[in-house]
Design a protein around this ligand. Sequence first.
Ligand code: COA
Ligand code: MG
Length: 278
Amino acid sequence: MLPARLRSLLFAPAVRPDLVAKMPATGADLIAIDLEDATPVIAKADAHASLPDLMASVSGQIAVSVRVNDPTTEWFDDDVAALPDGLAAIVVPKVETVEGLDRVAAALAHHGRADVPVVAGIETALGVADARLTLAHPAVGAAYFGAEDFIADMGGVRTASNHEVHMARSQVALAARLADVPALDQVVADFRDGDRSRREGEEARAMGFGGKLCIHPSQVIIANDVFTPSPEDLDRAHRLLEAYERASAEGLAAIDFEGEMVDEPVARQARRLLSLAD
Ligand code: COA
Ligand code: MG
């Protein structure tokens, strides 16, 4: 089962047991042991054999997932066969079609893991275009947007402005909202730039994402902070709702609250913020 909050999903390569062992101490809401991009082709088979030990080094300490190779690859079936017990989720990269997710669901069922939710990676042109169809699949419990793979597939150029991914990012947040699953925003590859992680996290939160993919412990701290409403935000939301409800009872639907117009949609944003804190 996925954790109730998904502010941070931290990755480490399956070929790095040293990093995996350090993951519980990071405070990530969910961790992913990566069999895909961070595991080189020559190590794919050995990675399966190492999964039980990797799992033993973290289990009971944090919510754990495994990122498998995508269902169109030669490794996918063996990845699913090798999944350890006790996983909170399976992360499936490059999700593009409902048929692909049907294959994932069938493989999970075949190995007695039908109840393990899928975190669907939306990170290709087709994946983004059809996210509304795929994220509605019953196997999907959450989604992420992968900027690097998306731009590679587009033949574009990745920039710090994020302009080139804005529409795709938004579309994933939109599809996740319609499917009623939480959405995780892209990785900041430049992991030593904490300002960028914070800026992107705030951007993502404003767009409706609930968290961020992380590759480094320092990014987990930032993501957990950005996606947790601050005491000031909560206090303001309480005061705003109090004023709004008082005015509503007196027959007003739009009021001046500390210099800003507040009406029902603004009040709804405040209620949503408070619900995140529960
Ligand atoms: N999980 C847990 N611990 C991690 C970690 C991770 N993903 N990345 C770094 N750490 C640890 C380091 O081991 C180090 O621990 P120490 O203080 O005990 O020595 C500490 O955090 C600081 O790490 P730092 O020296 O700044 O980074 P690094 O050079 O060791 O590692 C990377 C940098 C990018 C190689 C590493 O962060 C990494 O492999 N990240 C995951 C990549 C991945 O999975 N990509 C695929 C998904 S997009
Ligand atoms: Mg990738």
